[in-house]
Design a protein around this ligand. Structure first.
Ligand code: ZN
Length: 326
């Protein structure tokens, strides 16, 4: 399907402005239309520019060849039975909340009876967050560490503790003008184990741009776990290992990965308490998405709405499938 090049025009949006811009269902459809066809309708089949709007089916019909285009195709809203107003409100709340929204609370506020409906919507939005972040690569110096999430049973780091999921956290680090370290892009993935092979695979996947072969990651900073030494040798990248005299030192010596782990643990002990390991990856994606956009303030809603409007949806059945770990 042909699409025009999308040029996002992100705007600041407070709750006040949101309520003015999106008063009714039609306003949401107009927004989607403008995002999809910034220069006016173009038929994907014949490139005709005249169309009919079939409001009962939310379809555009090409006036030239009669081809029907769903306005929600290629968005997370495709085939939804929930009003776009409710979707947009949920996106607003998820984009502006610091720690994530409670499904029960949103169920009440959006006046949706079924918990599952709101839960599924939230996971579709998380999928859009993950898809958006997948477009960005890690580069330069990357601080990386693992952490355990889930119900606890002590286990071995190399093989993974039982009942818990090992999560690899990796964050690009850059220096500002005054030479001060700043965290750049962050990623977090559930991994099956902390072996060199697994870590290498994740770093290659996140550190090589599309259609390129060169690894953008030049150096890793770690606690010196043996896998990382192998990884740095195999990938021919630098390795800065911090010396931990006390486990508490990790917060000082690997500050950025530990800040992200802290964010995630706060979320998982708050609004998303007791999440199933099956869905953990999407919650991690949400934490990273938020971390990666912490300075974008009131553009947050527009950016997330754009992400949701430019990626394919996921069905409830697909959401319930077992997550394949890296
Ligand atoms: Zn046409």
């Amino acid at each position: 399907m042909r699409r025009e090049k999308l040029k996002p025009d992100y705007k600041d949006m407070s709750w006040m402005i949101f309520q003015q811009e999106f008063k009714k269902e039609d306003d949401c459809y107009k927004w989607l239309f403008k995002t999809r066809w910034p220069n006016g309708f173009i038929c994907p089949k014949c490139e005709g520019e005249k169309f009919w709007w079939i409001s009962t089916q939310k379809l555009y019909k090409c006036a030239n060849c009669n081809y029907r285009v769903s306005i929600t195709a290629g968005t997370i809203f495709h085939k939804t039975r929930t009003s776009l107003m409710k979707w947009f409100m949920l996106i607003y709340r998820m984009s502006t909340s610091k720690t994530g929204v409670s499904i029960n609370e949103m169920k009440r506020e959006l006046e949706i009876k079924d918990y599952k409906t709101v839960w599924t919507m939230a996971h579709k939005i998380r999928k859009a967050m993950a898809d958006r972040d997948a477009k960005y690569n890690l580069a330069g110096l990357v601080e990386t560490d693992e952490s355990f999430f889930g119900t606890s049973k002590p286990g071995n780091r190399g093989r993974g503790a039982e009942g818990k999921r090992i999560v690899l956290i990796a964050i690009s680090i850059w220096k500002d003008k005054s030479g001060k370290e700043r965290p750049g892009f962050a990623k977090a993935f559930i991994i099956k184990d902390a072996s060199a092979e697994t870590i290498k695979e994740v770093l290659i996947r996140t550190g090589v741009a599309d259609n390129e072969i060169e690894l953008l990651i030049k150096k890793i900073r770690t606690d010196g776990w043996r896998s990382y030494e192998t990884v740095s040798n195999d990938l021919n990248i630098g390795h800065y290992r911090v010396i931990l005299k006390d486990p508490k030192d990790t917060i000082k010596l690997l500050p950025w990965t530990h800040r992200l782990i802290g964010n995630a643990k706060a979320v998982f002990s708050g609004p998303h308490r007791g999440i199933s390991p099956k869905h953990l990856q999407r919650y991690l994606s949400e934490v990273c998405y938020r971390f990666n956009r912490r300075f974008w303030g009131r553009e947050a809603f527009h950016r997330l709405l754009f992400a949701c409007s430019t990626t394919n949806t996921i069905t409830r059945d697909e959401l319930m499938e077992k997550y394949k770990v890296s």
